[in-house]
Design a protein around this ligand. Structure first.
Ligand code: A3P
Length: 261
């Protein structure tokens, strides 16, 4: 039913996970100079990235346990807010997570239909149309990409992709650590890579995410889209992607031609 979602500033949100009051309050959310913001559209691997960053932060021992707790809470709230006004002088660094749009769409489809707090779609085709027009919780992935593309040259922003983290998690984490100013040893990086592997996180998911564990840690692979996309849908998304962000640095980072063709 429609009342599972509410609309705020033209974007849909699940009523069970957010509220107009929270979103309103976030407009005046005061960041501190050492805050870290993880920005990602749903299903781009946000839980994974969060876990990696948390491990990197706590291994470096730059923060006390108290400071760590505070930081993690703030990260969680901000994740809910897709369009945080960038340029707030308090915001220290923003890490933007990207995933190829076809796998993101498929991952979100399963999530949508399995999460009781979100409405269900009768068919993939129906869902696909909603994804393309952005009529889903947390809005359009294409709008999200276009919006963030405006800040691509910002010195306090870094991009990382799901696919590059899959391909070489240690290298990805090294880039993240360097950007945030953390220094870890080779052994520490490989320990974190093991601890945050899909298998390891899935096994622990009952503990960390309760009954939603199996929904959140579904497959964890690149290329799931091939199971569901029709030829016409492929073309439609190729075209939309080209129209919206074709030729941008952000599009290059997503490597659409490698992962979506
Ligand atoms: P799939 O549905 O394709 O499996 P989010 O955390 O933003 O909701 O993203 C969820 C997606 O990230 C799911 O994709 C999930 O399986 C995947 N994921 C979660 N943890 C992962 C990990 N440690 N390694 C790789 N993928 C992971």
């Amino acid at each position: 039913p429609e009342d599972l979602l509410f609309s705020y500033d033209g974007i849909l949100y699940p009523a069970a996970l957010s509220s107009p009051e929270t979103l309103e309050a976030l407009k005046s959310f005061e960041t501190r100079s050492n805050d870290v913001i993880l920005a990602g559209y749903p299903k781009t691997g946000t839980n994974w990235l969060e876990e990696m960053v948390r491990e990197i932060e706590s291994t470096d021992a730059k923060y006390t346990e108290e400071e760590m707790k505070e930081r993690i809470n703030a990260e969680k709230e901000l994740q809910m807010f897709p369009r945080l006004e960038f340029g707030d002088p308090g915001v220290f660094e923003i890490l933007l997570l990207l995933r190829n749009p076809k796998d993101t769409a498929v991952s979100y489809y399963h999530f949508y239909n399995n999460m009781p707090v979100l409405p269900s779609f009768a068919t993939w085709d129906e869902y696909f149309a909603a994804f393309m027009s952005g009529k889903l919780a947390w809005g359009s992935y294409f709008d999200h990409l276009m919006e963030w593309n405006r800040y691509i040259d910002h010195e306090r922003m870094m991009m990382i992709s799901y696919e590059e983290l899959k391909e070489n998690p240690v290298l990805g984490m090294k880039k993240i650590a360097a950007f945030f100013g953390f220094s870890l040893s080779e052994e520490e990086f490989s320990r974190i890579a093991k601890k945050t592997s899909f298998q390891a996180m899935k096994e622990k998911s009952k503990e960390t995410h309760g009954k939603f564990g199996d929904i959140l840690f579904r497959k964890g692979v690149v290329g799931s889209w091939r199971d569901l996309f029709s030829e016409a849908q492929n073309e439609e998304m190729d075209q939309k992607f080209e129209e919206c962000i074709g030729g941008t640095i952000l599009a290059m980072k997503i490597k659409y031609d490698v992962y979506c063709k």
